[in-house]
Design a binder for this molecule. Structure first.
Ligand code: GLP
Length: 244
């Protein structure tokens, strides 16, 4: 789809810059969810077409931080975001261990794991290019409403709406979706140099319509804090825009 190929151009450009060495490098911020699947497939196809030397350099230089991870799933659980990222990017691109950074969803001390993840990101200077999906209730990452812009990486409790939205991978049972997660906060998201918000499908039309009608942020719709960011691009298909 055209939307994918133009966004893949942007991501490819950011990854090419990363090849130029540590000074040019701030990590990519990656998201999970159904919205990202066609995008990651198109990105993989594009990157596998690179000359082998460039691809080898890409593998060596890859550094990305995901937004969030469920708490309480066992290691290797196919429904974890770690498994999603390994399946979407890690294995197809043969990325080295540690290239895809996610919060530790199995940590005995989840609060400490959130702090560790935040510290690792800060050590890299924060996010360069951040990909974002949009929750049906307006969440970004797992920043559930209401959410202030100063909220940082932390443990959160997931709303019933989000557990319903994400029940697909859990045999359609919202009760089976974990209750808690670790997420980057609006603080880390808004500190990214550039943000790409990707919204597709008719089920996102109501929330995207609400978001696009706003002229100032409201904690009741966490994605609306993006209005305060100087470099946000919205990538939306006609279905998602059908109520805007
Ligand atoms: C999930 C994730 C978000 C994701 C969003 C959209 O709950 N925590 O990071 O971007 O909701 O998901 P989907 O693309 O499946 O609609």
């Amino acid at each position: 789809m055209a939307l994918c190929s133009r966004l893949v151009d942007e991501l490819e450009q950011a990854l090419r810059l990363n090849l130029e060495g540590p000074s040019a490098r701030r990590p990519l911020g990656l998201a999970t969810g159904r919205t990202m699947e066609p995008l990651y497939a198109a990105l993989v196809e594009r990157l596998l077409g690179w000359p082998s030397g460039d691809l080898a350099a890409l593998r060596r230089s890859w550094c990305s931080f995901n937004l969030d991870e469920y708490l309480g799933l066992s290691a290797g659980d196919p429904r974890s975001y770690r498994s999603f990222m390994n399946a979407q990017l890690g294995r197809p691109l043969s990325l080295p261990k540690g290239a895809l950074q996610l919060p530790d969803g199995q940590a005995a001390d989840a609060d400490a794991a959130a702090l560790t993840f935040q510290a690792a990101l800060n050590e890299q200077g924060g996010i360069g290019v951040q990909l974002l999906g949009l929750g049906s209730n307006g969440h970004v990452g797992f920043n559930e409403p209401p959410c202030g812009r100063e909220q940082a990486c932390r443990v959160v409790e997931l709303s019933d709406a989000t557990r319903r939205q994400n029940a697909g991978l859990f045999s359609g049972d919202p009760e089976a979706v974990p209750v808690r997660a670790i997420t980057l906060g609006l603080k880390e998201i808004l500190a990214a140099e550039q943000i790409h918000l990707v919204v597709t499908g008719r089920e996102k039309a109501p929330i995207l319509g609400r978001l696009l009608a706003m002229d100032q942020p409201d904690p009741a719709l966490p994605a609306s804090w993006l209005l305060e960011h100087p470099r946000v691009t919205l990538w939306a298909d006609a279905d998602a825009l059908s109520l805007s």
